[in-house]
Write a protein that binds this ligand. Sequence first.
Ligand code: SF4
Ligand code: SF4
Length: 471
Amino acid sequence: MSEAGDRELLEKQFQELLAAEKAHLPALSAPPKRRRPEPPKLVREAVVRDLEGRVRRLAEEHVFRHGRRLAGMRETLQARIAEVAKELEATPYETEQAKWLVYKQHMLEQADETSIHRWDNDVSKIYKLSPPNAGKSITDNNPYVNLLDIEEFDVASEVYPYFDVPATWDPELYGKFFTTMHGEVTGDPQAFLPQIMRDRQRMKEEALGGRIPPVSEQKETDLAKLKQEIREYARSLGFPTLGVTKLDRRYTAESADAELPYDTLILLPHEMPLDEFKKIPTDNPLMAFTSYRDGGQAVHKVADFIRSKGYRCLARVSSDGAIKYAPHAVNAGMGNYSTFGICIFPEVGTRTKVTGILIDAELPLDRPRDWNIEEFCSRCRSCQKTCPAGAIPRDERRFRGTLKRQTYHQRCFEYMATSYECNLCTRICPFSVLGYEQCMRALPQYYRYNIHRDEVDFARLREPAQPEVAE
Ligand code: SF4
Ligand code: SF4
């Protein structure tokens, strides 16, 4: 192209940029728009807060401050909680929620830079896990993990199994909390939890040798072919992608080692169907539970398929706290970290619950890959702006001695507990709703666009990419 032609082209581009700037000027002075849909409220917040305060005082009186065995204390505590709940006319879910809030907050408050306290199973004392898990301190300082992980996973890794609530408090807390929630939303308290727990139980039994599934004597010796066959079978069960990496025990719970005997890990993110996902949060507030349930069943089927090919393996369901899936998925090149710490997969964004299979075979490994996702996130931050609880920091934050991309779990949890669920951060993510290709095509426009405004314009993002200028 001639010099005059170049100048003409540059001038044209400049005029376009100027027009775009002018178009956005009114938005600069306008207050930020709030376009997020509000999740339905499950509880009366004032009642929960009131009850929570009273439960906390009762717990302090009966549990937290005593380091000694108190016969009958559980009954006393539960009876006193029932009395105040009745006095406040709290619903069953409001009551379970207040108990849950106190329990989790107490637990998280006890975590410090190097250790965590928790209750013993049948004694009301708080004790410190010491010395801290050496592997976890490596995790915290590994540059790969700088963009890792939510607080709960860290806590879970050190006190696995996470939901082993002490008898002193209420050993059925976990079940009651979720079944009352599911009952209120779907009319069926057993809609999800029994199946989720069955698959979890099966996982544990198989891992600890209590149930040994049959393995075919005929081995598929071509491991690349085997990997491809697993991929195809898994795809038919709702896993759109698969990755293989070595199990990195810096990212597993130390106390779960006995359950993780093999070193090759297959990662299988179970897809939440787009149509259903789009109904979050108002019309399908329990979408995440559907995925936990269906993904758990499906991953056991894939494990059975692998056994039919002659290899021992163990399925790990998505609600498993023993393996941190995000760094493994990133190591397997399946995606990159999101602003709120979990892995974005090009095939499904964050519209997934990740499951895994440990296999006793040297399957071909996948390599890490830069998908340009973090670049996109740095221009987007929609999840951070949308989060109603302010639980997603814009930048990395310091946690346990290192900078991490990490949510404030307690804020998120408190918000989620007063709604049915939330999931707005996943729902708003352009990778989840528009797809990877569209996000990447829009990236050049997005740079320019986002310089001028602090909110994502989804209509703009949906526009087809500009035709490239001919050389
Ligand atoms: S909403 Fe935006 S910033 Fe958040 S994870 Fe998705 S792409 Fe990244
Ligand atoms: S971080 Fe928690 S509260 Fe915030 S949008 Fe996500 S699910 Fe909702």
